[in-house]
Design a protein around this ligand. Structure first.
Ligand SMILES: Cc1ncc(C[n+]2csc(CCOP(=O)(O)OP(=O)(O)O)c2C)c(N)n1
Length: 288
């Protein structure tokens, strides 16, 4: 039987929003991987992109702005048999939530984080975000953005993420393959998705992306080489955003946090017996 991952709630993005492509790619990835709905959890932050958590019929939490990673990590550590995904915007993940990103990446928690990177705070009606480009005019930067944009791919690789990819919401079939590979990867997978905000971002439009994106696959690029990955991550800024590589930048096999944690080696926490009152009391006494 083909699982239906739709909750029946339709995402209410603006017509033409890139998030539709991300939603389609996620649905395709879930379907192709035949994910068990009872064993899958999607955790979202707050933002337009985050609202898509409601459209899936697996477990889901709409958490706080910038706090999806601590919630997702908590879920994974409570039950490391779960397939955990995070979905949110660039403001959520690279702004208010950026410190969490660094530490979840270095711990190599086994989860997949898909970021809808529209270079804008969509839900709050179009302020510039940490990935907004210099010169980008918004309500918060009426004379153009003067802050250097953050490079999410370089950040994730240097922080220790073991799967780092970038897709384009205008190519959902390609994006679905990146998401499938990210979910199948054992460790922390970050998938940054170039995604036009047609309502508030008149700089990074579909045409702007289409003129720059090209696929790494088939170029002879080796995603196992960390140095090459960091050089490749710099390509957009060094080409003045004329060349925008998409595909897998980096992939490494490294033990996950869960596989090394002494308690989780005994199995998922939720399947382990609760400590007795006496055990807790003796533990507290020992550590006085
Ligand atoms: C702690 C906190 N600060 C600020 C906000 C207001 N807020 C809600 S969504 C958002 C930014 C949304 O942008 P992004 O994360 O890029 O997602 P998008 O809407 O573009 O998908 C902000 C600043 C909030 N909800 N909570």
């Amino acid at each position: 039987m083909v699982e239906n991952y739709s909750s029946g709630i339709r995402p209410d993005f603006c017509p033409g929003c890139g998030n539709f492509g991300i939603f389609a790619a996620l649905t395709k990835a879930f379907t192709d991987l035949k994910l068990d709905k009872d064993n899958t959890m999607v955790v979202a932050g707050i933002g337009c992109s985050s609202t898509m958590v409601q459209a899936f019929s697996c477990y889901g939490i709409h958490s706080l702005h910038g706090r999806l990673l601590p919630v997702a990590m908590g879920a994974k550590l409570a039950n490391n048999d779960l397939t955990v995904l995070g979905i949110g915007g660039d403001g959520d993940g690279y702004g208010i939530g950026s410190a969490h990103l660094i530490h979840v990446a270095r711990r190599n928690i086994d989860m997949t984080y898909v970021i809808s990177d529209n270079q804008t705070y969509g839900l709050t009606t179009g302020q510039t975000s940490p990935t907004g480009l210099i010169g980008y005019k918004t309500k918060s930067t009426p004379f153009g953005d003067i802050e250097n944009p953050l490079n999410p791919i370089a950040l994730a690789i240097s922080a220790g993420a073991t799967y780092v990819a970038r897709g384009f919401s205008g190519d959902p079939a390609h994006l679905a393959e990146l998401i499938k590979r990210g979910i199948s990867h054992k460790g922390f997978a970050l998938i940054d998705v170039y995604s036009p905000c047609v309502t508030f971002n008149y700089l990074n439009t579909y045409d702007w992306f289409k003129n720059g994106v090209y696929k790494l696959e088939g170029t002879g690029y080796d995603p196992k080489d960390k140095h090459a990955a960091l050089v490749k991550a710099l390509e957009p800024e060094e080409s003045d955003y004329k060349r925008l590589p998409i595909g897998v930048f980096y992939e490494e096999e490294r033990p996950t946090y869960e596989s090394m944690d002494i308690t989780l080696k005994k199995g998922p926490l939720i399947k382990q017996p609760m400590p007795t009152k006496e055990q807790i009391a003796s533990f507290l006494n020992e550590n006085r």
